[in-house]
Write a protein that binds this ligand. Structure first.
Ligand SMILES: [Zn+2]
Length: 166
């Protein structure tokens, strides 16, 4: 079970697990959702102009630049990036699903890797994004953003290489 704790963090609420998970294990599934065209602070992006909401407790997962889970919007699963202890807050890297966020914020996660401004993948370099699991729609949107360089196989190959090495 995962429990929402209100007022526990600066973000206002957080999702805490009562179970332990080994790296790679499924932490949660996203079985039910509604697709909307506009992002809010509680939606998760699954494609260009496609955002899902009504995610239950999943909506309370906070961002971290050193997250303990990753959300895969292709399989609608949430996996443990590393071993997770009971009582830990569940977090994911927002730019792994979000291109341009409804409510950007300055991150205070304290990680050495902290990216600072969390506003979506659009505002981060490919080099930083390549440190993380990045969803397919975001990879595609990164390539689309390189349109000025379209035709440059070198730029496209380098971008693919960086993203695949995550
Ligand atoms: Zn951070």
């Amino acid at each position: 079970m995962h429990k929402v704790q209100h007022g526990a963090s600066k973000a206002g609420a957080q999702l805490v697990t009562e179970q332990t998970f080994a790296q790679g294990e499924i932490v949660a599934l996203i079985p039910d959702f509604t697709v909307v065209s506009t992002p809010t602070y509680q939606t998760i992006q699954i494609g260009p102009g496609q955002h899902i909401e009504e995610l239950g407790v999943i909506a309370y997962m906070n961002h971290s630049c050193d997250p303990n889970t990753e959300i895969d919007t292709t399989t609608m699963t949430i996996r443990a990036v590393r071993d997770i202890a009971a009582g830990e807050q569940l977090t994911f890297f927002y730019p792994s699903t979000e291109w341009e966020m409804d409510r950007p914020f300055i991150c205070a996660c304290g990680s050495e890797r902290c990216v600072g401004l969390v506003a979506g993948a659009k505002y981060l370099s490919v080099a930083i994004l390549s440190r993380y699991f990045i969803n397919e729609h975001i990879r595609q949107m990164i390539l689309d953003a390189l349109t000025p360089f379209s035709g440059s196989e070198m730029v496209e190959a380098a971008t693919h290489h960086l993203l695949e090495s995550a």
